[in-house]
Design a protein around this ligand. Structure first.
Ligand code: ACO
Length: 345
């Protein structure tokens, strides 16, 4: 694992409330499609079993978007819920960032389509791609715009229709993923609670652990590329697993080091929901109790960039923590990428 190249940041309070600026999460929301695909359903599609999937991953079911439901639709639903939660009108949003590896199309951006759906006419809009770390990367980008006085209100969304890039003939991957979206409204709230620090990291030397080969400039869609199933996600499971544990541990420790807090101060850890065994291993390495670790992957599987946002929404609205508690978001994904965000709620 290469070292994290992150700016040294010694005083979280300075950033938390810097020159009269502060970046708070004022609303969260999520959306998952209504169609449920259970492990029993998958047993009829590929050579697998509920027992194998449950013991290796902890996943029991996942949500699958309808044929006429796209990433921008999932993102829009989650965004509407987050805006309502924050009490913010769509016309007051100044920037929309959509983190996704399954945009509706190569361009325009999914964020532009969400802007249209919401009628958020004042907002700039762009997509961000950091695979499963996308939501945390987007939080950090949003925070930078807020702290630099560029914007006061930013909408961050992680949204995926992974069912569109999953190879339903490949049992190594098709049992792992699901569709959904999570969103957060970030606002300047001077003197209030907020995002203390965010860590981002990447290691492109390991880009071939997790990828979709076809559809970009390297391998545009052709009859041959489709026949060779190059437009589906491929993954080296075991190596990905090892790197995931190590990267999330490093990202968590760096965030806590910057803010001079130890694990006992963290009320709730919300990791990317890829695999129960990865989450347990990260928790053990950090010295966290199982009660500190939030999981909902048994219901949704791995929803990539959406996973942390969906989990954050469920954790907030199920009362897992309260105003003033410290929470830690963790993610890891293709790229490789990783990230963490320490938040005083
Ligand atoms: N059902 C039954 N058998 C299966 C299945 C399945 N669905 N999938 C694989 N197998 C078989 C394989 O063929 C292999 O069989 P073989 O030994 O005869 O060749 C065997 O099971 C593999 O077993 P293990 O290697 O022991 O499986 P492992 O414990 O590594 O678990 C898993 C596999 C679940 C994929 C794990 O490696 C994992 O979770 N990796 C991390 C994945 C991940 O977190 N990705 C996140 C990033 S996602 C993103 O960025 C978009």
């Amino acid at each position: 694992m290469s070292p994290l190249h992150t700016p040294k940041f010694k005083n979280p309070r300075a950033r938390y409330n810097f020159q009269g600026r502060s970046c708070s999460i004022t609303g969260v929301g999520s959306y998952v499609p209504s169609r449920i695909l259970t492990n029993a359903d998958l047993e009829k599609m590929v050579d697998t079993s509920d027992e194998w999937i449950t013991t290796r991953t902890g996943i029991k079911q996942r949500r699958i978007a309808a044929d006429n439901e796209f990433t921008s639709d999932l993102a829009t639903q989650a965004a509407r819920r987050a805006l309502k939660d924050a009490g913010v009108n769509s016309e007051d949003v100044e920037l929309i960032i959509v983190a996704t590896i399954t945009p509706d199309m190569p361009f325009p951006s999914t964020a532009a389509l969400v802007q249209r759906n919401l009628g958020a006419w004042r907002a700039a809009a762009f997509d961000l791609e950091a695979a499963c770390s996308g939501f945390i990367y987007a939080l950090e980008v949003a925070q930078q715009f807020i702290m630099s006085r560029t914007y006061d209100t930013v909408l961050v969304i992680g949204a995926e229709k992974l069912s569109s890039i999953v190879d339903w003939q490949d049992r190594n991957t098709c049992v792992l993923f699901g569709d959904g979206a999570g969103a957060a409204v970030l606002q300047n709230r001077p003197g209030s609670h907020g995002l203390l620090t965010a860590v981002m990291g990447a290691d492109g030397r390991k880009a071939d652990l997790l990828f979709v080969a076809g559809g970009g400039s390297r391998c545009p869609a052709t009859a041959e590329s489709v026949a060779a199933r190059m437009h589906y996600l491929r993954m080296e499971g075991k190596e990905t697993f090892k790197n995931a544990v190590q990267a999330m541990q490093v990202a968590a420790e760096e965030a806590m080091r910057r803010c001079e807090v130890d694990i006992s101060r963290i009320k709730c850890i919300i990791p990317h929901q890829a695999n129960r065994r990865i989450i347990e291993a990260v928790g053990e390495r950090l010295g966290a109790s199982p009660e500190q670790m939030f999981t909902n992957l048994h219901k949704y599987g791995n929803t990539s960039a959406a996973s942390v946002g969906i989990a954050l929404d469920e954790a907030v609205h199920s009362g897992r923590f309260h105003r003033g508690d410290l929470i830690l978001l963790l993610a890891f994904g293709g790229g490789l990428t990783w990230g963490s965000a320490l938040i005083e709620w």
